[in-house]
Design a protein around this ligand. Structure first.
Ligand code: GH3
Ligand code: MG
Ligand code: MG
Length: 316
């Protein structure tokens, strides 16, 4: 789906008859559209790919390549370009049933007949452009819904739901490819005291900063940083062994030191710190994702017990 709409909408007119082109242009310009012209089917394809119009008016009968073939070729091009189904309005003097069917089966969205009934043509173009606009709005609303359903409202990293879904997905994929899957569980040290000291709003800001650090540490496109719950975060690292995962944990520690968030209530220093549990495994049918989470949790518990501001590792 592309959002390449022009403003005002761009109409491509393909007709070999100059007089018809001039009349069509006038009608379209009266309705406030921008207009470009093609003199035959091949020219129409070239103009289409170069200018990406919002609607195409195509004469059914043209030399070299007729309108039906032209429609089919445009559709092929759009599949290739993952285009958004530009409406194609066929203009035909052949209003017999067969050519109407041929127009639609060639991918035309609608048709008008010659001699052109101008009011009808203009309404059809307007209607087609409205449909495209509505479709685009629907697509972008869907994208936004998807984003909202999978990201954490406060920190904007993936939410718990997305974490669960992605862990299972990558578990299956790593099992199939016999590759390692690692998990880093992170828990902010003395965060309750942080809230008590600075207030909840500062606490929220702090969570956002930590999330940003984790998101940056999850460098590769297949890595996923998520808010696991409260002040706990988790990073899924597909195709990463224990050594690689501990490197990520080390990077997080360094990055957090660098941004230097004061935490006067911390019992182990002046700044905000994290405890982390790192676990890694090669998924197999004998174990499941929950075991990887438990292993990372155990390692996290060890890190807390050993004095916080560190990471421990555990292999299930
Ligand atoms: P530890 O070092 O053992 O991890 O101690 P802790 O205080 O970090 O852990 P504890 O589980 O006792 O407290 C977690 C705190 O995190 C309590 C809760 O108020 C705070 N918290 C959880 N979610 C949010 C949030 O969305 N915003 C803010 N500001 N605080 C949160
Ligand atoms: Mg906690
Ligand atoms: Mg904590």
């Amino acid at each position: 789906m592309t959002f390449s709409s022009h403003n005002p909408p761009l109409v491509l007119i393909a007709d070999d008859d100059k007089v018809v082109r001039v009349c069509l242009r006038q009608a379209m310009e009266q309705d406030g559209y921008q207009v470009i012209e093609a003199v035959d089917g091949e020219n129409c394809l070239a103009m289409f790919s170069k200018m990406q119009p919002d609607v195409v008016l195509i004469d059914a009968v043209m030399p070299h390549m007729d309108g039906f073939t032209c429609c089919q070729q445009i559709q092929k091009m759009e599949q290739h370009l993952e285009g958004n189904g530009t409406p194609l309005l066929m203009i035909t003097s052949l209003d017999d049933e067969e050519s109407v069917q041929q127009a639609f089966s060639s991918g035309a969205s609608d048709f008008v007949t010659k001699p052109i009934h101008w009011a009808v043509l203009r309404q059809r173009v307007k209607h087609l452009l409205n449909q495209v606009r509505l479709y685009e709005q629907l697509q972008s609303a869907n994208q936004e819904l998807k984003r909202l359903a999978t990201s954490d409202g406060l920190t904007q990293v993936a939410n718990r739901r997305r974490f669960d879904e992605y862990l299972q997905q990558e578990w299956n994929r790593m099992q199939r490819d016999r590759l390692s899957l690692s998990l880093v569980m992170c828990d902010i040290d003395f965060f309750k005291v942080y809230n008590d000291t600075y207030g909840h709003q500062e606490g929220d800001d702090c969570l956002k900063k930590v999330a940003k650090v984790l998101d940056r540490a999850a460098k590769r496109s297949i890595d996923l940083a998520a808010r696991y719950g409260g002040e706990e975060f988790a990073i899924i690292l597909p195709n990463t062994d224990l050594q690689g995962a501990t490197r990520v944990a080390k990077n997080i520690q360094d990055a957090l030191r660098e941004i230097d968030i004061p935490h006067s209530g911390s019992k182990i220093g002046e700044n905000l710190t994290l405890s982390m549990g790192v676990a890694s495994t090669t998924p197999s049918p004998m174990i499941n994702p929950e075991m990887l989470i438990s292993a990372a949790d155990r390692a996290l518990y060890q890190a807390k017990e050993a004095g916080r501001d560190r990471f421990c590792t555990f292999t299930p």
